[in-house]
Design a protein around this ligand. Structure first.
Ligand code: C2O
Ligand code: CU
Length: 437
């Protein structure tokens, strides 16, 4: 992978395509080094024992806590994060999940940088140009390092506070399972948020686990945003649950009951966000609705700026299983278009391409597909076109036997991972790369 990264650096131009594209130098891809920093963060990674509820576990911290500190920026601000590795033996990086950072800032060990060894540091600089709920996590040995606590949330808010769905009550809830213990923001059980009767809240939920998470509430709620992009005119939903892909985020709007009492959002049966005042009734876990909210039909259509008929590239991404060797071990491994890691050919695009892709899951497990550096627009599922709000994702659950058609604009040159965010699957080679020619 180090070799391919070097090769790409030597191929930043592409003189021989007919498409009206622009050639950018690598120096155009990083935030202006002379620009002053607006949000400066220092994070020190450690491998140490962590306390989760009553349990003492082997894990990882950033500034001695897990999750790491929340990073908040106003749209357009320049964020600079200095990552130091104090004691993570295998090295560490940070990836800005959902943020379309310049490639060199993407934090993928072996592709865009080397893992930061103990005693060294790496400085990430990027402009927070899109509003939304994101998160960051290590991308060196991601499966054990994320599971063990190397992650945190990243929120970008609009310049004006009058934007739709913004309230003074803005709650971030990172759902994570540490060695079998389900938590929100590092603590098991319920996250209590004091709130006045009738108050509206925006609750930003991030699923940092490897499996999908089901979210439901004790009262009607609205899905304001998915994977950091606001939905268009979302409706109010009453009796449905929402499934959140591994790595995915959903911003929910709930209203604290005007008559008093608690709004309760379940993030699994074991954890909940409680908003309001008064004592929580331990028996109050609302029954999990069987009907699921379908984002393919939720909200109101709006222009997307994307016409799939104008696509300049098309790719298939067929997920299956195949007998073979991965890391020298024989077995039935995840295959992509019939190939096993690391023999999956790169998806090659040119800057400016409109790309369509068909994601087809021919395996019997769900795969939360995650493309770095780009946002995907869902066009259709199993041939049924999207009829709700434009549904933009960076983490998309593809269920067994499902087929999704998606589109994206290739406007962020570099080498980008396109992998399964069940990080166990990624560890087992469910990884492809998108590369700009
Ligand atoms: Cu959130 Cu490549 O990962
Ligand atoms: Cu998978």
């Amino acid at each position: 992978l180090g070799g391919t990264a070097a090769a790409a650096a030597g191929h930043s131009g592409h003189a021989d395509t007919a498409a009206p594209t622009t050639t950018r130098a690598v120096t155009d891809l990083v935030a202006d080094p002379s620009r002053p920093v607006d949000v400066r963060v220092e994070l020190t990674a450690r491998q140490e024992s962590i306390r989760i509820g009553e349990r003492e576990l082997d894990g990882f911290t950033l500034n001695n806590v897990t999750p790491g500190p929340e990073i908040r920026a106003v749209q357009g601000q320049l964020v600079e994060v200095r990552l130091r590795n104090a004691s993570v033996g295998a090295g560490v990086t940070l990836h800005w999940h959902g943020v379309d950072v310049p490639n060199a800032m993407d934090g993928v060990a072996g592709v865009t940088q080397d893992a930061v060894p103990v005693g060294e540091e790496f400085v990430y600089r990027f402009v927070a140009d899109r509003v939304g709920s994101f998160w960051y996590h290590s991308h060196q040995l991601s499966n054990p390092q994320v599971a063990g606590g190397l992650f945190g949330s990243l929120v970008v808010v609009p310049r004006t506070t009058s934007a739709a769905g913004l309230t003074d009550l803005d709650v971030t809830a990172l759902a994570h399972t540490y060695a079998g213990v389900r938590t929100i923001n590092g603590a098991p059980g319920e996250l209590r948020v004091p709130a006045a009767p009738g108050q509206l809240a925006r609750v930003r939920i991030t699923n940092t686990d490897n499996a999908p998470m089901t979210v439901w509430a004790n009262l009607p709620y609205r899905v304001l945003a998915v994977d950091g992009t606001d939905l268009h005119e979302p409706g109010l939903v009453t009796d449905r649950s929402l499934s959140l892909a591994a790595g995915g985020r959903a911003d929910l709007q709930v209203k604290v009951p005007a008559a008093g009492g608690l709004a309760r959002i379940q993030l699994s049966r074991a954890t909940a966000v409680l908003l309001g005042s008064g004592a929580a009734d331990p028996a109050a876990v609302p029954a999990q609705p069987t009907e699921r909210l379908d984002l393919l039909t939720y909200g109101t259509p709006a222009p997307t700026g994307i016409d799939p008929a104008q696509a300049t590239r098309h790719f298939d991404y067929v997920i299956g299983r195949r007998l073979g060797f991965v890391r020298g071990r024989p077995g039935m491994w995840w295959s992509i278009n019939g190939h096993l890691y690391p023999h999956v050919p790169m998806y090659v695009v040119a800057d400016g391409d409109l790309v369509t892709m068909r994601l087809e899951n021919r395996s019997s497990e769900v795969h939360p597909m995650h493309l770095h550096g780009h946002r995907l627009l869902v066009l259709a599922r199993d041939g049924q076109p999207s009829s709700g709000s434009p549904w933009w994702v960076d983490s998309l659950d593809v269920q067994p036997r499902e087929t999704y058609d998606i589109a994206f604009v290739a406007g962020n040159p570099g080498i980008w991972m396109d992998h399964c965010h069940n990080l166990e699957h990624a560890e087992d080679g469910m990884v492809a790369h998108l590369m700009y020619e």
